[in-house]
Design a binder for this molecule. Structure first.
Ligand code: PLP
Length: 464
């Protein structure tokens, strides 16, 4: 190897990845100690690159969370498939600016291929525009930005050029279970998080279509409706076909947040959950979660290309645009960015269609297995485990507060280090959730983790 720095770095990376399975998951660290170890002062003198890398690798190690391993069940966290990691290295080596075609024909070519693949897998309209963004947060932002642009332009108002001051009103309709990311996007878009009308949900967190219909019928103001494909706690899907029909009837824009749930379309066994998904106007999803590519990688898909392009207007005479190819900046909020589709390409190609289906199905089977093990240990499972999310509850012994008890058990589990999970609030009561998203997770990981959870639960139960 002619480049000792890169070969040594590859060695360190493999050393890390090879030992992922033995690393404790998310043990607490002292931040000040960590910063001291890394070294807070920028030295005047230069240092050989390899020494910098060795130092960085060794000193950050105790602050690295093994979330890419098989027993990290907090948030919704994927791992990285080997081919995706390798492609990501190449992306850094190529150092392409994928905002403009003249800067990276290769980036644009791969994006166009991957766009087609994703729309095909997720059963979305072939003509829709696709933007490769940093994550589903930005995908939601862009989907809703396109919605704002389209609805207002129907009324003769160009939101990107004229702004929102004095603009005709738009109604924002979410579900009572819409995650914070939607409100965050609404806030940044000037649409106002608190202006959203929240539609009640059923016991699994699915938006009630009859309630949506009532709300839409109550006014003629143009509306943006935001629905969920995959509730972040329960994994449940809003009844998309019915919701889409109601939206159509009222000319409302339907946006779907499918950060992980959209990938259910890749499995014949799960596809019924996404029934009607293709009828929406915009979709947001993640590649760095269930598709198991490195951060950061999200995808926005918008049926009306012009709405998305209109929302990202980018003036500037020095920008070298292409006439007959779409420059990728038209579909994302960024100007310069890395070639994000390359790792997605590598992930999908290495899995193949069958491998993708298998990975999605496997995570769901493992979620079921976890639910069974926990339930057998006396834990109350709250949700119908239809996807990869399990929601459960520890009931406090008499005399102890449920919130405090749940926190204590979760703290024990996190300190134990076998697996990592987090708490949530479900229907105003404390609950605990796990999300199985990693290609690495095995049955053994589930069994070890379930045993650790039950062990910590018992320890807390008998502690006082
Ligand atoms: C994770 C998640 C998001 C936010 O995505 P990022 O990848 O963190 O930007 C949005 N919606 C849902 C349902 C999610 O699970």
């Amino acid at each position: 190897m002619t480049n000792p720095l890169l070969s040594r770095t590859a060695e360190l990376a493999s050393q890390f990845i090879d030992t992922l399975g033995d690393r404790p998951v998310g043990v607490p660290v002292d931040l000040t100690e960590l910063i001291d170890a890394i070294g807070a002062d920028l030295p005047h003198e230069s240092e050989p690159p390899q020494a910098v890398i060795e130092h960085l690798y060794n000193t950050v190690s105790r602050g690295i969370v093994a979330s890419a391993g098989g027993r990290y069940f907090g948030f919704v966290i994927g791992s990285s498939l080997p081919a995706a990691v390798a492609a990501d290295w190449l992306v850094s080596a190529w150092d392409q600016n994928c905002g403009f075609y003249v800067l990276s024909p290769a980036g644009v070519a791969v994006e166009s291929i991957v766009s087609r693949w994703i729309k095909d897998i997720c059963n979305l309209p072939a003509e829709a525009a696709v933007g490769f963004v940093s994550g589903c947060q930005m995908a939601n932002f862009m989907g809703l930005a396109a919605a704002r642009q389209a609805l207002l332009s129907r009324l003769g108002w160009d939101a990107a050029l004229q702004g929102l001051t004095g603009a005709p009103p738009v109604r924002i309709i979410t579900s009572a279970q819409s995650p914070g990311t939607i409100y965050r996007a609404l806030g940044m878009l000037g649409l106002g998080a608190d202006r959203a009308i929240r539609i009640p949900c059923d016991d699994q967190g699915r938006m009630k279509p009859t309630e949506l219909a009532k709300t839409l019928a109550s006014a003629t103001t143009p509306a943006i409706v935001s629905a969920q494909a995959g509730n972040v706690d329960t994994g449940a899907f809003d009844p998309l076909r019915g919701i889409a029909a109601i939206c159509k009837q009222h000319s409302a824009w339907l946006h779907i947040d499918g950060a992980f749930g959209l990938w259910a379309s890749a499995s014949p066994a799960l596809r019924h959950l996404t029934d009607g998904v293709e009828l929406a106007d915009s979709w947001a999803t993640d590649a760095h979660k269930w598709l198991n590519v490195p951060y950061d990688s999200g995808v926005v898909i918008v049926r009306d290309r012009d709405a998305l392009i209109g929302a990202t207007r980018y003036p500037g005479g020095y920008l070298v645009r292409s006439d007959d190819v779409d420059d990728p900046f038209k579909f994302t909020p960024e100007s310069s960015r890395r070639a994000r589709a390359m790792p997605i390409y590598a992930a999908l190609k290495s899995l193949g269609r069958d491998g993708l289906t298998e990975m999605i199905d496997r995570c769901c089977r493992l979620a079921q297995r976890m639910a069974k093990r926990l339930s057998a240990g006396g834990v109350e499972i709250i949700n119908d485990v239809v996807l990869n999310q399990v929601l459960f509850r520890f009931s406090a012994p008499q005399g102890r507060d449920n919130v405090e008890y749940t926190r204590a058990v979760v703290n024990r589990i996190q300190r134990d280090g076998t697996c990592w999970l987090g708490s949530t609030t479900w229907k105003d009561r404390p609950a605990v959730r796990i999300s199985v998203c990693s290609w690495r997770t095995t049955q053994l990981d589930i069994d070890r983790s379930a045993a650790a959870i039950l062990r910590c639960l018992l320890a807390e139960h008998t502690s006082k």
